[in-house]
Write a protein that binds this ligand. Structure first.
Ligand SMILES: CSCCC(=O)C(=O)COP(=O)(O)O
Ligand SMILES: [Mg+2]
Length: 229
């Protein structure tokens, strides 16, 4: 096996709990979405994402911003990983982080392990369904302080869906590493399958408190400390 030179990590369920995203971030975005759309709907970036969401959701061209906001709230309830929704969520979360409404959850061993890997010469990258600005906020306002400087780059679904092989090939190309030198960490086996098909090495994070680790072709880990690179 090729030596690992870079670690590419997912966020939700991997560095951080699913509960924090579902119980804190999503409700905050859902609550503030209508006012955010009313106040910022004419900003060019926001307008572009609203138009893309309306088109993706099959709304008529005459749909009001209120109707688009309502559809986006439904998408939040359904945990849709749609790029326009994720971009808008990131813009809304910025206010919550800056107001101190929350700090991003990280599993306890994650900050030290990321620092160790970085000190050992590995390059660290993030690949999440959350938008790149949302990822930067997440690690910038984490419970362990500002960790954003540890990462050499961030990728979201603008590079492609997380379950598609091509996304991982494009990430490897973007970071100028052979896929075999990249270790991808995720809690979702379909994502790990795609990364492996692209040639990456994989580790499956199983954070649930169930008895024993599942048997899988992807090495399963309860936490980052047992991942040896
Ligand atoms: C960037 S923080 C918000 C996470 C989020 O919105 C999400 O959908 C997480 O998905 P992931 O790909 O990190 O499992
Ligand atoms: Mg995940």
């Amino acid at each position: 096996m090729a030596p690992i030179r870079a670690v590419l990590t997912d966020i939700e369920g991997t560095t951080s709990s699913i509960d924090f995203v579902k119980d804190v971030l999503f409700p905050y975005a859902r609550q503030h979405l209508p006012a955010y759309v009313a106040n910022h709907g004419q900003d060019p970036e926001v307008r572009q994402w609203l138009s893309q969401a309306a088109a993706d959701g099959g709304l008529p061209a005459t749909a009001s911003d209120g109707e688009i906001a309502g559809m986006l709230q439904t998408w939040i309830d359904e945990d849709r990983k749609a790029t326009p929704l994720k971009a808008l969520q990131g813009l809304i979360w910025a206010q919550g982080y800056r107001d101190g409404a929350y700090r991003a959850h990280l599993y306890p061993e994650v900050p030290a392990r990321l620092r160790q890997w970085k000190q050992a010469g590995l390059d660290l990258y993030v690949y999440s369904s959350g938008s790149v600005p949302a990822q930067q906020l997440f690690f910038g306002y984490s419970e362990a302080g500002d960790l954003s400087g540890l990462f050499s780059g961030y990728f979201d679904t603008e590079i492609g869906p997380k379950r598609e092989v091509g996304s991982y090939l494009r990430i490897a190309e973007a970071i100028q590493r052979p896929p075999a030198e990249i270790l991808f960490l995720s809690d979702v086996t379909a994502e790990l399958d795609a990364a492996r098909e692209a040639g990456m090495q994989t580790a499956w994070l199983v954070r649930d408190k169930v008895e024993g680790l599942p048997v899988s072709s992807h090495e399963a880990h309860r936490h980052f400390d047992s991942i040896l690179v």
